[in-house]
Design a binder for this molecule. Sequence first.
Ligand code: SR1
Ligand code: MG
Length: 418
Amino acid sequence: MSKAGYAPLDAEGIRHYLHAIPVARERLGQDHAAWRIREVGDGNLNLVFIVEGEGAVVVKQALPYVRLVGESWPLPLKRSFFESNALFIQEKHAPGLTPKVHHFDDRMALIVMEYLSPHIILRKGLMQRKYYPKAAATIADFMALTLFNTSMLASSAEAHKARIELFASNTALCRITEDLVFTDPYRQAALNRWTTPYLDGIKAAFERDNPLKLAAQEKKWQFLTEAQALIHGDLHTGSVMVTEEDTRVIDPEFAFVGPMAFDVGAIIANYLLSFFSHRGQAVDGRPDSYCDWLLEQTEVLWTVFESRFLELWQAGGKGEVFAQGLFEEVADAQALAAHRRTFMQRLFRDALGFAGCKMIRRILGLAHVQDMESIGNPEIRARAETLALTFARQLLLHAHGFTGIRDVAVAAQEHAHP
Ligand code: SR1
Ligand code: MG
């Protein structure tokens, strides 16, 4: 799995490596013995170092296996190539919303990038009940800019097919999603885990729930076949870094050309998981302004995304499909405007379905979220998780019943307080 010349680095290896890289020395200063280096990776896959000297950088290096599981699960180093390419493309279309890439080394599967400070991971901030007034709107903006501009609404078929080709061999990371998001939670799989014994019943019921399994398989079909745009592929609240003022989307190693709604659904799912994690811990069900804010921000995710996406489209999609020359007359333009609304409604419903899958996998599958895991009392954790699971089922099975994102927020609130 590892390639010639590759070796995973420790702190001293990073010092030596960066000393030979002019762009790193420019930022950190010449006195490399004085650089302070710490490994901070707490994700599921990679090594991450913060290196501080006169300035600072982050170094992310892929390991040839899944860090969460160990060497028994090999994983291609090429994910680093996909991540760096996705970061370049995202920076082009959504400038300033991702970390800058200073250096990429394909052989070492290593990216040197901007150190974001004093940013923290959005998930951690939400767990601490912190308010980020700009985060949801900025993430929505990021999605609209990257998804619209890497689709054939904005580019030619040739450019799109080149994009598909560039990311087509990111199969191992797509395979993780195919199994862990769309399949394993609904069957017995060795790596599944859940809050036992409290969720044993619901886990067994989901395994027998044919309408639910069919709906999940419909989403898997879309994930596998809809080559709509370059998607981030893992857009949860752990893939966003924030301050009150600034929001950056990180970690696009799962990027490939797939369904736009997958990214939108992923981030909606993670705001809802945060909501249910807080709501499930409220013993007496008293109103909670932080939970209200989380639902408001869930609404912002969709409403800003929709309006920015439509704005970009109306401003003149210069792409392969819906070519402007086809809709010159007033009646044509009206028909096109009406169709855009239908297009966005479909995207909305697809996003809700993906959101349902993404919530379920974080509770019944291998990789969980800290929002829930940090709830020490298993009975209370199971209460929060049950609320999230049963709501997720509703999203996945009855996406058509939600006429808008307000509906979803109202239903989530009622679900938490019947
Ligand atoms: C085995 S990797 C588990 C999960 O971590 C990543 O963040 C993705 O969400 C993946 O599904
Ligand atoms: Mg990640």
